[in-house]
Each structure stands twice: as structure tokens, then as C-alpha cells.
Design a protein around this ligand. Structure first.
Ligand SMILES: [Zn+2]
Length: 438
């Protein structure tokens, strides 16, 4: 295994994994041919045995140790499968043991190939941050966003952001952040001044990471999608973080202050009249010091960062919600896509096992036919694209000399003077995508 990360080779190794393991489900022929060859041969063998007389063959000519070239091909395929899969080495040490049992499906035989590849990808990671990234990319619902089809505004992202999201998932080095003659780009936050790494890790853990409201914008995009998807599922859902008054009554009032505590989203009267379900959103980073040094560490276990933040939220909002006879659930997702247990539970509570209706749902796609996959895919899509938009902005300003004003605030009225719209205007309505709005 080549020990270099950031190379196209390492990215391809990971891309060939299944989406649920942290890959892109783009397994190549070299990875799949042995299991496919053997599975198809096993499917055909009973037919050959039954009709061997028609083919001028005897029973013995169709035994695994027979001299037919057909079995030479199978032996070569089994040797290749042994190289790819530890499971196959143990379960099928020779051709006879494989062919004597019931026919194995290609899915069965490939299981061990994927397991060995996952181990290899994890071992190839050079440090804990990359290990945490791979684990997070393979966490709960983390790969669901790859099933999103651009059928509505909510499921559409700028091409550059989609590209960045894929690069972040696979740990590709971002060319703009590579050192130039040995010098790394410097984080542009005045209170930070640390050096960038080429993988886009720093903006997630920067101690001034919320400059220009970067983290707030990312959070708000996720919150907007949460409200949107809850409404699609037929629930009442409203943002209650700004300008919606005090939902927590006396318990919500901060002593000595005119302010009050508030959650992000409320599903009003979900449990009955006056009994609400409150949600609070966050996007966390499994590569933060707190997550890496936790026990277990985010470098050895998936979803650690999300659970850490979720526990804090439950401790903060649980009693507040209880004080108004209501419930609270955290909606935390990691920047590589892994969802906290509370959010996974919310999705299954609202969706169940049901399928979407291809004739009724205008944004139906075969890749997310179940309600829970559809819901999770859009939620994680929002988090991952908003994170990519943050990276684009940081890279643009810190490393590519883009003017900070290019991204700032809403465009002024009547300020349009260009004769020809630029790339951003063509791609995004009014130059903005829904997850970029501030
Ligand atoms: Zn910084």
C-alpha cells in the first residue's frame, strides 16, 4: 500500500469503497472482477451439471480438479480473490471448498473485498486527522448526500462546491493550499495567523473560524434545510432562534439579562397541544482537538464529535424543554457527514420504513426511494455543501487573492453594472445559492 495521502492514488482507493464505508461507490473492474467471475461461474455450474450429456461432458469433467480450462480460469480468479479478501482465504481455501457449498452471490464474495479495502484505506492514513475524516465519512448517513439528484433548488449546489465536497471526503490536497516554494498559506483571521494545511482541515478548527460569520452561515444552511425537510415530511416546523419570542417560558430567561435562551427549531404541538419538540442544530469537526483526544477518540470511532456536541445540547436544552412539558433532540452533523444518534433517531421516528411515492413526489429519485434515505441525504447534503462553500471562501481569500467583498452581504439594489454575467451569476440565482445566503 502506497503511503501517500493527497495523491490521486489514495483518493481512488477510498473512492472505490461503498458510500456507507466512506467511499463514493465507484468500485473499478480490477477490484470487482474476481468475485464477479466466480459468482457467475457458480450460478452456471448447476445448469452445466444437469445438461452435461448435451455438452459431451461427464460428471467427473465438471469437478473442481478437472482439467477443463474453465477451471483454470476459476483458479486464477480465486487466487485474485484471496489477494483481495482475507475472508475468502479462510472461508474458501481452494476451489473445491468454494464450489461444494451452495452458490455464493457476487454480493457475498465481494463483502470480504470491501472489508479488506476498508482496512487498507484506514492503514494508509498518515495521521489522526485523516483517520477521523475517513471514519466520519463512513459514519451514520454520512454518504447519503451522494444520492442527491439536482431536481430542486434545495438539491442543487455550485459545481465548485460539489467538487470541493468530494475532495474533502477523500482527503485530496487542494492545489490552492499547497505550499509555494516551501511556504504555506497563512490563515487570514487576524486573531489566528496559523498556517493552512493543504487538506482544508484548518478552517474547521481555526480559533477565529467564525470570521465573517463563516460558521454561522454554515450552521444556518443546515438549519434551513432541517426546517424545509420537516415540512416536506408533513410536520409543522419553524425556526425559533431569531425573532420568535421566548418558547421556554420562565426557565428560558437569563438572570440579569433581557435575553432568553432559545433552540433553533421548534416542531410546535408535535406531542399534543402545548407539547413541542425542540431541535438545535450544529456542524462539528471530528478533527478538533477535543474530539481527537476524547475516549474513544474520533480517530478510532465514528461520530465521536457529533455525540460530544449532542450531549452538551441535551444538557443545555433538555431541562428547558421539560420545563414547558416538551421534548428536545439534538441535530448535530459532522462536517464530513456523520450524524449524531439523536438526528438518526429523529429521521427514523419521522420516516419509518416507508417508501416515497414516485408518482406523487415531484423530486422523486431512484437513488433515494425510501423516505429516511431521502431525508438523510438532503440533510447531509446541506451540511457538506455549506462546509464546501466555507472552504471555497477561505481558499479564495487566504490563498487565491479574491476580494473579501466578493462574498460579503447581499448585493446592493440597482448595483448591477456588468454587461456580461460572471460564472457565479450564471450558476446561482442572483449570484447566490440557498446555502450561501447570509
Ligand atoms: Zn485560523
Amino acid at each position: 500500500m502506497q503511503k501517500c495521502v493527497g495523491s490521486p492514488y489514495a483518493a481512488i482507493l477510498q473512492a472505490e469503497l461503498r458510500a456507507r464505508d466512506g467511499g463514493l461507490s465507484l468500485a473499478g473492474a480490477r477490484m470487482m472482477w474476481a468475485s464477479t467471475h466466480l459468482a457467475r461461474a457458480m450460478a452456471v455450474l448447476p445448469y452445466l451439471l444437469e445438461h452435461c450429456a448435451v455438452y459431451q461432458l461427464t460428471d467427473t469433467a465438471l469437478q473442481p480438479d478437472a482439467a477443463l480450462p474453465y477451471f483454470d480460469g476459476l483458479r486464477v480468479a480465486l487466487r485474485a480473490l484471496h489477494d483481495q479478501s482475507l475472508t475468502a482465504c479462510i472461508a474458501y481455501p481452494d476451489l473445491a471448498s468454494l464450489l461444494s457449498g451452495p452458490p455464493r452471490s457476487q454480493h457475498d464474495l465481494a463483502e470480504g473485498v470491501f472489508a479488506s479495502r476498508l482496512t487498507a484505506v484506514r492503514e494508509a492514513q498518515p495521521d489522526d486527522r485523516h483517520r477521523a475524516r475517513v471514519l466520519s465519512a463512513g459514519g451514520q448517513h454520512a454518504g447519503a448526500w451522494l444520492a442527491v439528484f439536482p431536481m430542486t433548488m434545495w438539491a442543487t449546489a455550485r459545481a465548485r462546491h460539489f467538487q470541493l465536497a468530494l475532495a474533502m471526503r477523500l482527503g485530496c490536497a487542494l492545489p490552492e493550499l499547497l505550499p509555494v516554494r516551501g511556504a504555506r498559506p497563512i490563515c487570514g483571521a487576524a486573531a489566528c495567523g496559523a498556517l493552512h494545511d493543504e487538506f482544508g482541515f484548518h478552517p474547521g478548527v481555526c480559533r477565529a473560524g467564525n470570521r465573517w460569520g463563516l460558521w454561522t452561515t454554515r450552521h444556518d444552511a443546515f438549519q434551513a434545510m432541517l426546517v424545509h425537510i420537516l415540512r416536506i415530511l408533513g410536520c409543522t416546523a419553524a425556526s425559533c432562534s431569531v425573532g420568535a419570542g421566548n418558547w421556554f417560558g420562565a426557565a428560558g430567561v437569563r438572570p440579569g439579562s433581557r435575553g432568553y435562551r432559545r433552540a433553533d427549531v421548534v416542531m410546535a404541538h408535535y406531542y399534543g397541544p402545548g407539547r413541542h419538540l425542540f431541535l438545535d442544530c450544529a456542524i462539528t469537526d471530528p478533527c478538533s482537538g477535543g474530539a481527537l483526544s476524547a475516549v474513544p477518540s474520533s480517530a478510532t470511532s465514528s461520530g465521536v464529535a457529533a455525540e460530544q456536541r449532542a450531549e452538551k445540547k441535551v444538557a443545555k436544552y433538555g431541562p428547558l424543554a421539560a420545563s414547558v412539558s416538551s421534548m428536545f433532540r439534538p441535530a448535530v452533523v459532522e462536517r464530513f457527514g456523520a450524524c449524531c444518534d439523536g438526528l438518526v433517531g429523529l429521521v427514523s421516528m419521522l420516516c419509518g420504513e416507508r417508501q416515497r411515492d414516485g408518482l406523487r413526489d415531484g423530486d422523486y429519485a431512484f437513488s433515494a426511494s425510501s423516505r429516511s434515505t431521502y431525508t438523510a441525504s438532503l440533510l447531509v447534503f446541506a451540511a457538506v455543501m455549506a462546509d464546501a462553500a466555507m472552504i471555497e471562501r477561505v481558499v479564495g481569500v487566504d490563498a487565491s487573492d479574491a476580494a473579501p467583498a466578493r462574498y460579503g452581504g447581499a448585493p446592493a439594489r440597482h448595483a448591477w453594472v456588468a454587461d456580461v454575467p460572471g460564472q457565479r451569476e450564471i450558476e446561482g440565482m442572483g449570484g447566490r445559492f440557498w446555502y450561501e445566503a447570509q
